[in-house]
Design a protein around this ligand. Structure first.
Ligand code: NCD
Length: 363
């Protein structure tokens, strides 16, 4: 467990200059649980196991009316702000639902262009103002590092609130990585767990933040191997490969996706993130079919393997795959609601109460 450091005892510049590993101890609260959720590197195996177990308990408790009432009472005195200044519907709704499960009252900011930012107010001032009405901020922005800045800023006020990064630029999407881990753990429950598995990532790995966050989180499981299948210009960043190398993870980089399918325990497909192109069509100079999962590919995928996708999908997974039992992407999304509830309950220290309820009523 990390030894806690305090964000109100370090200047923004000093904090900002730390590596993410060095930043991690500043994000925990006194009991060692996460307070802010900003990047994958802050989670260790113990926290991941606790979150997955808690998500399963919440999921099972939610099957009963009394359980739903119990959960909805836990944080009914709290309010959450969803600040999403980048397009989102599934992550937005997933967080919305996760907050509702725990009883939060919720408000949203979707379009800063109709706020006082347009009158020349800094983003920092806007968020600080908004934060006065709430007890938690969940934010998605195109700006890398902005959620960190907000976490630091609010921790240096007399009302520190937890900040959750729901996607920051091309960089990180830590709660997507948590739900991906939960999906992998559930899928391999009867196959000896997530250890020793081979995960193939395919698509736009250069700008897909979900793959960046997940590949780093996977370092917590022993003997994982990863293959990154992408056209050269969309291949995974060297910064990620370097971190995998340091952790002693076996990985392979290829542009031959189809050859990897028979060897995969999980195939993680992603769409081309062309909203980041500097000129139209820039990233499209390759044959998308080579980096798509077709109906025919099902026959070459081992019977125990799974297909994942953070969604939204374009054509990189053929709809013919949707009803195959190995197509995990719809269940993956629902898992997001459970693991996000688990994360928020942990941020607000309601985890022990949930576990106690579970042991008394469902065990
Ligand atoms: C992803 C994202 O926003 O990074 N979507 C999501 O949150 N599930 C993936 C994408 O947009 O391609």
């Amino acid at each position: 467990m990390l030894t806690r450091k305090r964000l109100d005892e370090i200047s923004w510049d000093d904090f900002n200059n730390l590596s993410l590993e060095e930043k991690a101890p500043y994000l925990v609260q006194a009991n060692g649980q996460a307070f802010h959720t900003l990047f994958s590197q802050q989670f260790d195996r113990e926290q991941l196991d606790q979150l997955c177990d808690l998500a399963t308990r919440i999921r099972r408790i939610s099957k009963q009316r009394d359980g739903v009432k119990f959960l909805a009472d836990l944080l009914c005195h709290k309010r959450a702000m969803l600040y999403f200044s980048q397009p989102s519907s599934r992550t937005f709704l997933s967080f919305y639902a996760a907050c509702q499960i725990l009883g939060f009252r919720i408000a949203e900011v979707r379009d800063p262009s109709i706020s006082s930012e347009m009158k020349g107010e800094s983003r920092e001032d806007s968020i600080r103002t908004f934060s006065s009405y709430f007890d938690m901020i969940i934010m998605r922005t195109p700006l890398q590092g902005f959620a960190e800045k907000v976490a630091w800023l609010l921790s240096n006020t007399d009302r520190p609130l937890p900040v959750i990064n729901a996607g920051s630029g091309k960089d990180q999407h830590p709660t997507q990585a948590l739900l991906d881990i939960y999906t992998l753990v559930r899928s391999f429950e009867k196959r000896g767990g997530l250890e020793n598995k081979h995960i193939v990532f395919c698509g736009d790995l250069a700008r897909g933040r979900t793959v960046r966050s997940l590949s780093l989180l996977l370092r917590n499981y022993s003997n994982i191997s990863m293959t990154f299948a992408a056209p050269d210009h969309l291949q995974i960043g060297d910064d990620i490969l370097q971190q995998l190398k340091v952790a002693g993870i076996q990985y392979n980089v290829t542009s031959d996706f189809k050859a990897t399918i028979p060897e995969a325990d999980a195939v993680y497909m992603t769409r081309i993130q062309d909203e980041w192109d500097s000129k139209p069509g820039e990233s499209a100079a390759f044959n998308l079919e080579d980096f798509s999962f077709s109906g025919d590919d099902l026959a070459r995928l081992p019977p125990y393997s799974i297909i994942m996708h953070p969604l939204p999908r374009r054509t990189e997974i053929d709809v013919a795959c949707d009803n195959d039992p190995r197509a995990m992407y719809w269940r993956q999304m629902r898992n997001g609601m459970w693991i996000r509830s688990a994360l928020i309950a942990t941020n607000f220290r309601r985890d022990t109460e949930i576990t106690h309820y579970y042991m008394m009523n469902l065990k």
